[in-house]
Every structure is written in C-alpha cells, then in structure tokens.
Ligand binder design. Structure first.
Ligand SMILES: *[C@@H]1O[C@H](CO)[C@@H](O)[C@H](O)[C@H]1NC(C)=O
Ligand SMILES: *[C@@H]1O[C@H](CO)[C@@H](O)[C@H](O)[C@H]1NC(C)=O
Ligand SMILES: *[C@@H]1O[C@H](CO)[C@@H](O)[C@H](O)[C@H]1NC(C)=O
Length: 253
C-alpha cells in the first residue's frame, strides 16, 4: 500500500456535512464527514481501537462516549469502525484504503470545521493560524475573524493541557526557523513595565518561559510559544512584535 500525503489545504477546504447528532450527558456532539480524508487507513499512536459489526451511528456513539476519541473512520462494506484520538487536519501519513469515510467529532462550541483542534480530554479548543500575522494586534484580528481570542494562560492549569493537546497531534506540518523552533504568537505582551495577558490580567508567577527567557530588550514586547521538536515542549519566548509569525487562537472550553 502506498503512503500518501494529505494536504492541510485539502482537508480544510472540503465541504462537510452534519451527519449525526449524539446526545451525551449535557453536551451535544456532532460527527461531521470530512470527504478530504476518506479512503485512508491510519495506524499510528492515535489509533484507539477497531469495532466490528456496528452501524455508523453506533460508531459515532462509541466515539462520543470515549473522551479520548476525536475522529473515526467507518467502512460500510466491511461494517468496521476505527476510533482515533487525533483530529488534527495537517499533513499526516496514511495508507490508501478504499471505502473508508472519515468523520470528526466536534462538540458544539468548538468549530473543528474551521480548523480548530478540539481535545475533549484536556478541555482545549485551539487553532493554529494558517496565516502569518504581524504582532499581537494583527493576531487578535485574525483570531476575532474566527470568533476566538489569542490563547492566554492566565489560568496556569492550562499550560500542561495545552502542551499535551499539541503533542497529541502530529506536528509535522510546522515550519521551523533557523534555530529549529516553531513559533506562534500568544496573547501575552509587555506594556508599561508589566507583562499582561490579552484578557487584561497581569502575568502571575506561574509562567512557562523557556530557558533564559524573557531575554530581549524592552523594545521587544510580544510573546510566542516556541516548540522544540527534540523535546516536545512548548515554551514562551519574547519576540519582536514586528515580525510575521503564526498565532494561536482559543475558544475557552
Ligand atoms: C461480525 O459478524 C460476522 C458475520 O455475522 C461474524 O462472522 C463475526 O464474528 C462478527 N464479528 C464480531 C467481532 O462480532
Ligand atoms: C469499494 O467499494 C466498491 C463498490 O462500492 C467495490 O467495487 C470495491 O471493491 C471496494 N474496495 C475495497 C478495497 O473494498
Ligand atoms: C508590523 O507592525 C509594526 C507595528 O507593530 C509596524 O511598524 C510595521 O510596519 C509592520 N510591518 C509590516 C511589514 O507591515
């Protein structure tokens, strides 16, 4: 079986249809069909399990009942359901396999159809921009256009949840700078001698600065979260606000 690459653009521009609503406790989950990822077989660390002889509706219910489950493949001919704990639409490797359809489970309120990562296990709904933005102001506009805000960590318990969410998704699409890091703006900036979150709160002592950070002169007032693939950590780095970078948006969940 040949390995094929799926492009981010392809996955994000597909027309998708609501196919079933599943009521699970108080939340309503919507499984949506992403035709762009049909006819694939993915066997990676995000594969949870395969269930035989169940309908697509039952498959969706199994997924909604498993907090780890984000998406599933269903094969109507073989009557098989494959649950996955990843739903990130970046390029990833899968083997071509006919007659499988791909569905993503989205909780109401996290628009996975417009490129948000919804991790029910960690309670995160985040989006890594496809566009590059010049500083926090443009970052806020970009996130606002997606009805979200730049990600903040004024609630420090989100720091490990964010790292776990991001590491759960295949980061191979990330573009690295000359230092081998990937960077995206977060909603933290330096103003009148204080570090402020874009939600208006001051930075507490619960921080996630990388080693030796912040280390830039006072003229440098924006912050990016920097990902080092060698260690799988996402830490903060103060950078120029006059730099085109990606931005991380969030819908509180
Ligand atoms: C699924 O159904 C087929 C045909 O009825 C049967 O042979 C098979 O054992 C079933 N598999 C499971 C896991 O129940
Ligand atoms: C996929 O389904 C078509 C009919 O819809 C069938 O002809 C084909 O053999 C199937 N392929 C596989 C790999 O099951
Ligand atoms: C980026 O934004 C800064 C203001 O923060 C501005 O001075 C600069 O001209 C902008 N750069 C471009 C290329 O638009």
């Amino acid at each position: 079986m040949s390995k094929i690459k799926i492009s981010c653009v392809l996955a994000l521009t597909v027309v998708w249809n609501v196919f079933v609503l599943v009521k699970n406790d108080s939340a309503i989950y919507t499984a949506r069909h992403f035709p762009g990822l049909d006819d694939l077989f993915i066997e990676d660390q995000y594969f949870l399990r395969e269930i035989e002889n169940i309908s697509k509706l039952e498959c969706s219910k199994f997924c909604s009942e498993d907090l780890q489950c984000i998406s599933f493949f269903y094969n109507e001919l073989q009557i098989k359901c494959r649950l996955h704990s990843s739903g990130w639409y970046n390029p990833q490797e899968g083997a071509a396999a006919s007659n499988w359809t791909y569905h993503v489970l989205g909780e109401k309120g996290c628009p996975v159809h417009s490129g948000f990562i919804h991790d029910r296990f960690y309670g995160m709904c985040v989006h890594l921009s496809t566009d590059f933005v010049n500083g926090t102001a443009e970052g806020e506009s970009y996130c606002a256009s997606k009805e979200s805000s730049m990600i903040t960590f004024s609630d420090a318990t989100k720091i490990p949840k964010f790292t776990s969410t991001m590491n759960k998704h295949n980061p191979t699409f990330l573009d690295y700078n000359a230092n081998g890091n990937f960077q995206a703006y977060i909603g933290l900036f330096y103003s009148s001698g204080t570090w402020l979150w874009s939600d208006g709160t001051a930075l507490s002592s619960d921080t996630n600065w990388g080693p030796t950070q912040p280390n830039s002169p006072a003229s440098i007032k924006c912050v990016a979260v920097s990902f080092k693939p060698s260690v799988n950590i996402w830490q903060w780095n103060d950078i120029s606000c006059n730099r085109f970078s990606r931005v991380l948006c969030e819908i509180p969940h």
